[in-house]
Design a protein around this ligand. Structure first.
Ligand code: NDP
Ligand SMILES: O=CC(=O)O
Length: 312
């Protein structure tokens, strides 16, 4: 079995030996420009078109959870990957726990008003603020897939009222489920903390705009852990300035790296991280890929296949 690997930033010296160990019998090589030798599987992130074009692969694995970049490239270059070649993505592989750490720590930060106390500290003011009550701190999670469900489970342990919004209804313990555009308004009404874990698809781009934000509870918070294109950044800034939103925690942006002159950098009630909410962990990703290839070779059912029409 021949496997080709391409990632613009991952170190092949770390990945290739680990892949060879997990897939004994497979020849794993780093794909380099000009390599058109046969391959059975490709493991990729932001692959050049010429790497995949014309290959009769048994499967392509995206080395991350989101497949928006590869699907948008495919839209521009449909010849890159024939429709019948299955595309897989990483399901959890350690990202769930990272998302839980991120979401829980930030929700508690807002709930215990550490952002307000930090602002008071800047003014050397000793002031006891009114406590927030859990019952006024409903958390709404956009996207209740692999990562959204994990985040919901971790917040549920802290006793917050929880709701999720997805395409289909979910049965998650302690979480009220809403589905489809017809239930979006009900989901937003009363939500105090909005956490975004949707995939980037034509249906979700620009979803978090002023219209959506205005339906949240007053003094609400937004945490974007998915993709920058989900949030209309000017609308977010407007809602922060009007006081509708109390704060935003952003991991992803419409442009990455965020340009140095972008107003989000300077906004006092915006906190941010540089797209690090949940990184691909080599060991767990390789275990998932090796197990999936094993199942594919044996003709078994596998997880993680992307529906290219649906877009995730
Ligand atoms: N910032 C970071 O470091 C990282 C960001 N991510 C982002 O997180 C995203 C989510 O990952 P993951 O949980 O694994 O993805 P999943 O595919 O498992 O979950 C996606 C969820 O979104 C829902 N959904 C999709 N389209 C719509 C729609 N139009 N309306 C309502 N709900 C919709 C799905 O509904 P249904 O269940 O009904 O199909 C599903 O619940 C990734 O696509 C990626 O962009 C991922 C990893 C790291
Ligand atoms: O943003 C990262 C991913 O895995 O998707």
């Amino acid at each position: 079995m021949e496997i080709i690997f391409y990632h613009p930033t991952f170190d092949p010296a770390c990945w290739l030996p680990a892949l060879r160990k997990a897939l004994p019998g497979a020849n794993v090589r780093e794909w380099r420009k000009g390599d058109d030798e046969p391959a059975d599987y490709a493991l990729v992130w932001h692959p050049p078109v010429e790497m995949l074009r014309g290959r009769e692969l048994k499967g392509v694995f995206a080395l991350g959870a989101g497949v928006d970049s590869i699907l948008s490239k495919l839209k521009a270059h449909p010849e890159m990957l024939a429709q019948h070649i299955p595309l897989f993505r990483l399901e959890d592989t350690g990202m769930g726990l990272q998302m839980q750490e991120y979401a829980v720590s930030q929700v508690l930060h807002w709930f215990r008003r550490f952002d307000d106390y930090q602002a008071l500290k800047q003014q050397a003011r000793w002031l006891e603020l009114e406590e927030y009550r859990r019952e006024d701190f409903t958390i709404g999670i956009l996207g209740a897939g692999v990562l959204g469900a994990k985040v919901a489970a971790s917040l549920s342990a802290w006793g917050f009222p929880l709701r999720c919004w997805s395409r289909s209804h979910k049965d998650l313990p302690g979480v009220t489920s809403f589905a489809g555009t017809e239930e979006l308004g009900e989901f937003l009404h009363g939500t105090r903390v909005l956490i975004n874990l949707l995939p980037d698809t034509p249906a979700t781009k620009g979803l978090i705009d002023l219209n959506v934000i205005n339906q949240l509870a007053d003094n609400s918070y937004i945490m974007n852990l998915a993709r920058g294109v989900h949030v209309v950044e000017n609308d977010l800034l407007q809602a922060l300035d009007s006081g509708k939103l109390r704060g935003a925690m952003l991991d992803v942006f419409s442009r990455e790296p965020l340009p140095a002159d972008h107003p989000l950098w300077a906004h006092p009630r915006v906190a941010m991280t540089p797209h690090v909410a949940a990184a691909t962990r080599a060991d767990e990703a390789i275990a998932f890929i090796a197990a999936t290839i094993g199942k594919l070779e044996r003709g078994e059912i596998v997880n993680g296949r992307v529906d290219r029409v649906r877009g995730y």
